[in-house]
Design a protein around this ligand. Structure first.
Ligand code: AGP
Length: 618
């Protein structure tokens, strides 16, 4: 997955494109590049490394920054190692055409061989260089304009793309297209300038008018003209929908925090409140969600709910399983989207599939949705990014309203996904009679307290930092939890792995004795979620087992706990709530702990190595 940022208009393009790339670095950051056109020459600057490395190169030569047309790229390598040559933009053989690309051209090898027989040679190992030469070949042999050549070339490729293409011989236009990877076009006043980007964040301070291309659409962007959108396959012109952006600049800036991850951890009280807004109506004793109400029979008549997701969203799905089964007594299966899509799953029109995704762009989740739909299932999406591919592909759904999440490690996305799932479970439980009205009302009362409790919990930051200091040099860690908090243990371990590169495993606490207990010695920190609800006594026994083997216990307990405090090496207290809601609290100290360990180890918290925020490739 990669980030695209482009500009065409009357301003200097360089600062707009570079700032845009910085905002898109969550999408990939192993190499970066920019093309500037000054009216005569195309200037290319590319380098391995981050956008800051690219800036260093361009600083050396002023002329590299001049021009009112620019296209930039930040890369997450798929074809070809991250190096200067493989970085985008790529040019065609003649040097006239320039492209930036996010996605994969699967049949690039066949096309490349064909182009080689026609006299083309290649500088990089990328599929993108093949695509720009294919466009050049079509343009040359058919005598087409750039737009038509792009369209014809794209009908010959298999794969996924969001592209922006420029021809220096026709410099008042940019052609963009999408299939499977997002692309947004920002429209400046009186069509005097346009912005192109993988999401709207690069141009939010310049315009609030944006077009999000649909799959298999291309746009011809010409200075002074309305954007023309056409279907790639049948050349049909479509009237683009211009959306008003709700995103604001402060949402995508760090706002005084050292890292986006820390900012996003601290945003959780508000994010959870925003997820409730307009849905949880305590006075009416009701949960209002038209996306569920409009399809209530589908949910109530469902044989089962299948939850599909990846990574952190999959962990939220596991919490969802406990919630739905407990509150609504509906059987649930939770599947890794990547496994589900390839194992010929048994799905019928009596199944409801819930797809969870922060970005709404995860390739495996998207493919699993398409499969479920093709087998007749009703598919409901839980996404954060408004207008994302998954939000559009599902029959119905709910946004989490967490606001932009930029840190690669998901934090507020997780808690708001759980919040939405809790609202749905409560609603279904009430609707099918599994929850008595007093139990339902009690849950609502407790739910309402959660944002304030999370806020209170965030005050333990310095205590967690002290604990992080003690265990930052550990080589391996275990995370244990039971019931609703088993998925939180998995998520805690994932957070630590992702940003500190310490090996960590999450387990159901009782499973420890079936294997992982062999790992325990005095060097092994074990993070145990031991709240006073559910299986408290059993978890206490598990803690005793660890202590007898000299393991170090860091326990997340409920305020006022006595028993675990006596045995654990460290405790972190959370406010009291009902068991089903504890994941919204227990996860907070584990997020903070990973954050502090990563900072103490000097790791790049927001952009951990090898990772990208949303994974739009298989
Ligand atoms: C979370 O910290 C991860 N970076 C990752 O596991 C993520 O949750 C996963 O890639 C799924 O992304 P999505 O929610 O955007 O679909």
């Amino acid at each position: 997955m990669c980030g695209i940022s482009a500009y065409i208009g009357y301003r200097e393009a360089y600062p707009i494109v570079i700032n845009g790339l910085k905002r898109l670095e969550y999408r990939g950051y192993d190499s970066a590049g920019v093309m500037l056109f000054d009216g005569t020459n195309v200037q290319l600057s590319k380098t391995k490394g981050k956008v800051s490395a690219l800036e260093k190169i361009t600083e050396e030569e002023e002329e590299r920054k001049v021009g009112n047309i620019g296209m930039g790229h930040t890369r997450w390598a798929t074809h070809g190692v991250p190096n200067d040559v493989n970085s985008h933009p790529h040019t065609s053989q003649s040097g006239d055409l320039v492209i930036v690309h996010n996605g994969i051209i699967e049949n690039y090898d066949t096309i490349k061989r064909e182009l080689i027989t026609r006299g083309y040679s290649f500088q990089s190992d990328t599929d993108t260089e093949v695509l720009i030469n294919l466009i050049e070949e079509v343009k040359k042999t058919e005598g087409f304009k750039l737009g038509k050549a792009v369209q014809i070339a794209l009908t010959n490729v298999v794969g996924a793309y969001a592209i922006s293409v420029f021809d220096k011989n026709n410099p008042n236009e940019i052609i963009v297209a999408r299939l499977g990877s997002p692309i947004a076009i920002g429209i400046g006043k009186e069509h005097k300038e346009f912005f192109v980007a993988s999401d709207a964040s690069p141009f939010v301070e310049y315009t609030k008018d944006a077009i999000y291309l649909e799959d298999e659409e291309m746009a011809i962007i010409k200075i002074g003209k309305h954007v023309k959108v056409r279907k790639i396959k049948n050349d049909k012109e479509v009237k683009p929908t211009i959306q008003k952006l709700k995103m604001s600049l402060d949402q995508i800036e760090k706002g005084g925090y050292d890292h986006f991850m820390l900012k996003e951890i601290h945003e959780q009280p508000k994010a959870i409140k925003d997820t409730f807004r307009g849905r949880m109506l305590p006075l009416e004793g009701e949960i209002k969600m038209s996306s569920i109400e409009d399809h209530l029979d589908k949910f109530l008549e469902a044989n089962r709910i299948i939850i599909i997701a990846c990574g952190t969203s999959w962990h939220a799905g596991l919490v969802g399983e406990y919630l739905f089964e407990d509150m609504a007594r509906i059987p649930v299966e939770v599947e890794y989207a990547s496994e589900f899509r390839y194992r010929n799953p048994i799905i019928t029109n009596k199944d409801v599939v819930i797809a969870i995704s922060q970005s709404g762009e995860t390739a495996d989740t998207l493919a699993a949705i398409k499969l479920a739909k093709s087998k007749g299932a009703f598919v409901y999406g839980v996404c954060n990014v408004v207008g994302s591919s998954i939000a559009r592909e599902t029959h119905s759904g709910a946004y989490t309203h967490a606001g932009p999440e930029i840190g690669v490690a998901s934090t507020k996305a997780f808690t708001t996904q759980i919040t939405v799932l809790t609202l749905i479970a409560l609603k279904l439980g009430r609707a099918n009679g599994s929850l008595a009205s007093h139990t339902f009302n009690d849950y609502i009362k407790k739910m309402q307290l959660i944002p304030r409790q999370v806020e209170e919990l965030l005050n333990i930051d310095s205590h967690v930092k002290d604990i992080a200091n003690v265990y930052k040099d550990a080589k391996n860690c275990l995370y244990l939890g039971r019931g609703f908090n088993f998925p939180v243990a998995l998520e805690g371990a994932l957070k630590l792995k992702e940003i500190s590169y310490i090996h960590a495993e999450g387990y159901p606490a009782a499973e420890m004795k079936h294997g992982p207990i062999a790992l325990i010695d005095e060097n092994m920190p074990i993070f145990v979620i031991a709240t006073n609800k559910g299986h408290y006594e059993k978890v206490v026994s598990n803690i005793q087992e660890i202590k007898s083997r000299a393991g170090k216990i860091i326990a997340v307990v409920t305020q006022g706990d006595v028993q675990v405090k006596e045995i654990a090496d460290h405790v972190i207290e959370i406010p009291d709530t009902v068991e089903a809601l504890t994941p919204l609290l227990t996860t907070i100290p584990l997020q903070l702990l990973s954050y502090h360990i990563a900072v103490l180890l000097g790791k790049n918290v927001d952009q951990p190595r090898n990772l990208a925020k949303s994974v739009t490739v298989e």
